[in-house]
Ligand binder design. Structure first.
Ligand SMILES: Nc1ncnc2c1ncn2[C@@H]1O[C@H](COP(=O)(O)OP(=O)(O)OP(=O)(O)O)[C@@H](O)[C@H]1O
Ligand SMILES: [Mg+2]
Length: 421
């Protein structure tokens, strides 16, 4: 029983050592070329920013560096259970090249990636290579001892400090290899050291994570505030609308009851009035329900719901939609109400005669632009509409960008990171 357990732990350990060796070897072989290439390209690209070319290449290269770093984060978690936090700032993907480049260069996480590349191609490479060496080097010693005599090239071979000149020294090499074999249990630890080093250089600092938490807490509070405000609006709409109509209808019907025998003509008039009130109450309730979650949005998705919105506008509106699936209901709903507000703004404030709406999804980002050819001058903060959209999108880490120079045109872009089903 005891021997079985012992051999089990030995087998597990051997497997762990072999696995660490193979993983370390594969990692070190990929680390060096990729890290050197990424770092060189990033430097060259940033040097080319002043002449313009770098504006286009830098975001792409820094994006590739980020993906390289993310792969290492994943491996650290899967192989050694080490979590490496990341805190990149979201960047609107279809912003102008200069804006994108500038935003990336201002992100401390991007500079940390570049520092990490330098560590990764030196100390990182060595710590990743070590587990492989711990396995391969003893193997070499055994091969020297075993193949001495059959391979002529081995005469005068140096294995560590052993100079192999005859069968005796070849066995010496074998003995050294056997001694070195005792060090192989260090292989998994060396791999762990590699990822701990990676975490030390690449991991987001406590301050940044705290800042991220602060932003999330704030947007969550905004979301709660927004839904409380939404509830108050619904309450108000019900109170001033449908409830008032029903009260009026009740009073009309009461009077009808009294007048039925005395003045049938007047009673008929009041009945017609009550019927009218009931129809109005019904319309208001329908509008209210549509305002909470429009049926067309639930049934046909964002694209059709936006088209339906556009159809109701008094201006010529062109809608183009490129969606391969459906986003989550809360995202769809936020996007729908945001578009609805932007269209209302365009009709109310812009004096435009045309509106264009573009809805598409690419690279994990839902992107919506609403453009009008009106007089421009839109600013978030002047009313509650645009700030409300910012808050709504903030809940999903989405962003709103308004470009509206005096004289127009106005182009409002929204981006929400999300996946389509
Ligand atoms: N498409 C547009 N063209 C020109 N000006 C605009 C446009 N959209 C918004 N604006 C300007 O920006 C301001 C802010 O818009 P916002 O939607 O935040 O507030 P609002 O529409 O005035 O009020 P609310 O939306 O709260 O009813 C508006 O008052 C208007 O002057
Ligand atoms: Mg508005």
């Amino acid at each position: 029983m005891n021997t079985t357990t012992k051999s089990d732990t030995l087998a597990t350990r051997t497997r762990a050592v072999l696995l660490a060796g193979v993983r370390g070897l594969a990692l070190s072989l990929s680390v060096l070329p990729v890290a050197v290439l990424c770092f060189t390209l990033a430097l060259v690209s940033m040097a080319l920013i002043p002449i313009g070319i770098g504006l286009f290449t830098t975001p792409a290269i820094l994006g590739a560096v980020r993906r390289f770093a993310d792969v290492r984060r994943r491996l650290a978690a899967e192989w050694c259970g080490i979590g490496i936090p990341s805190a990149y700032r979201p960047i609107p993907a279809d912003a102008k090249p200069w804006t994108r480049t500038y935003a990336m260069l201002r992100d401390p996480a991007v500079w940390r990636d570049l520092r990490w590349l330098q560590v990764d191609m030196t100390a990182g490479f060595v710590t990743a290579l070590l587990p492989g060496l711990l396995l391969l080097y003893p193997l070499e010693g055994f091969l020297v001892a075993g193949l001495w005599g059959s391979l002529s090239g081995l005469d005068g071979y140096w294995y560590g400090f052993v100079h192999v000149t005859d069968q005796g020294s070849a066995f010496g090499a074998g003995a050294l290899a056997a001694a070195l074999l005792l060090l192989t249990p260090l292989a998994p630890r060396s791999l762990t050291v590699h990822f701990k080093l990676t975490r030390a250089v690449l991991g987001a600092s406590q301050a940044e994570l705290a800042e991220r938490v602060r932003v999330l807490t704030e947007t969550r509070r905004d979301a709660v505030d927004t839904s409380a405000a939404e509830l108050r609006r619904i309450e108000r709409d019900l109170h001033d609308g449908a409830q008032a109509r029903l009260v009026a209808m009740g009073m009309d019907l009461g009077t009808v009851e009294m007048l039925l025998d005395k003045d049938p003509e007047k009673a008929r008039q009041l009945l017609a009035q009550a019927r009218q009130s009931s129809a109005e109450a019904l319309t208001e309730l329908r509008d209210l329900v549509r305002g909470i979650h429009p049926p067309v949005l639930a049934e046909r998705g964002l694209g059709d719901a936006v088209r339906a919105l556009a159809l109701r506008l008094p201006l010529a509106t062109e809608v183009s939609v490129e969606l391969t699936g459906r986003a989550d209901a809360p995202v769809e709903s936020a996007a729908y109400f945001a578009v609805s507000e932007l269209l209302t703004n365009a009709v109310k404030h812009s004096g435009a005669d045309r509106i264009w709406v573009d809805v598409h999804h690419a690279e994990g980002m839902l992107r919506i632009t609403v453009t009008d050819n009106g007089k421009g001058g839109a600013v978030a903060g002047a009313g509650s509409g645009l700030t409300g959209i910012e808050r709504r999108l903030g809940t999903f880490d989405g962003v709103l960008a308004v470009s509206s120079p005096p004289g127009g045109p106005t182009m409002v872009t929204m981006e929400i990171p999300c996946a389509l089903s």
